[in-house]
Design a protein around this ligand. Structure first.
Ligand code: FJE
Ligand code: FE
Length: 280
């Protein structure tokens, strides 16, 4: 492969996401959004979730950011207060811009354990009160590319010549990579963006070819540079997601599922939610 990455980013921090309780009877492995890593601008939360009926995430609100749900196993049904309803099947993607307000439920849609990733991306002050919007992509429609032992599903952004149609208000890339044994990846990342890797399966070497292998449920923050280098030096497949975004550089005031810039805006949001006004 030609040298597409000139200054590879190295791994600056590693977090193992351990299971914790969330919602009603659901389990999440939280990496971003936990106490030690409250915010990785523009990312507010990264959960690898696991739910079995009757557990789930019953009616709850969101304001000021986007939620991105990507199903790994099984399916969840969502329904909001405007009657927008659907099932996110295995491999499908839902990119939800909560904007000024969405109240919805996210519940398992079949028997057994339903697993996925949920990422929360912050919106800039000028977009926080935007109209709510959904972008949905079925598994078969997610652009895919393959080259030299590397397969990628392009959820957002561009990789190996494949490009996602998802519009990201906060510029974001979201790539689902599978590397065959022996494969070596070089993926460009815009230089000013924050980026992380979350390992789903197998053992990978990231950043520096001499670094120690990293296993599933670990989140790796990447340092400065123009891209990621990764290697699969094992005899089994390696699967991970690479997520990057342009930092907003704005103050964050958060109260659970409400994310604004100031405490006054949070107070207003709580009032709006209680009174069903300004979007709720
Ligand atoms: C939420 C607690 C929550 N991670 N992963 C508080 F559980 C939630 C929430 C979720 C969630 C939903 C899915 Cl489908 C997957 C998740 C947290 O809904 F929004 C708040 N505020
Ligand atoms: Fe939600």
């Amino acid at each position: 492969m030609e040298n597409v990455v000139k200054e590879p980013r190295i791994v600056t921090r590693k977090f193992l996401a351990r299971p914790q309780h969330e919602g009603v009877g659901a389990i999440v492995r939280r990496s971003i959004g936990r106490f030690e890593l409250k915010y990785f601008d523009p990312f507010l939360l990264m959960d690898e979730f696991s739910v079995s009926a009757p557990a789930g995430f019953p009616d709850h609100p969101h304001r000021g950011f986007e939620t991105v749900t990507y199903m790994l196993q099984g399916c969840v049904t969502h329904e909001d207060f405007e009657g927008h309803k659907g099932t996110i099947w295995e491999g499908d993607l839902q990119w939800m811009t909560a904007g000024r307000g969405i109240v919805h439920s996210e519940m398992p849609a079949s028997q057994g354990t339903q697993k996925g990733l949920q990422l929360w991306i912050n919106l800039s002050s000028k977009h926080k009160m935007t109209d709510p919007r959904y972008q949905e992509m079925a598994s078969k429609d997610i652009p895919e590319a393959a080259k030299e032992g590397i397969k990628v599903k392009v959820i957002a952004g561009e990789a190996l010549g494949a490009k996602s149609p998802i519009y990201t208000k906060t510029p974001t890339m979201y790539l689902d990579f599978t590397l065959k044994p022996g494969a070596h990846l070089e993926q460009p990342i815009p230089i000013s963006w924050n980026a992380f890797v979350y390992v789903l399966e197998g053992k990978g070497i990231f950043g520096n070819s001499k670094s120690l292998p990293v296993t599933a449920h670990n989140l790796l923050l990447l340092g400065l540079g123009d891209g990621l280098e990764a290697w699969n030096k094992t005899s089994k497949p390696l699967r991970f997601v690479l997520v990057g975004g342009e930092p907003l550089g704005e103050p964050v005031a958060q109260f659970g599922p409400f994310v604004m810039n100031t405490q006054e805006e949070i107070d207003q949001t709580i009032e709006d939610y209680e009174n069903c006004t300004n979007g709720f």
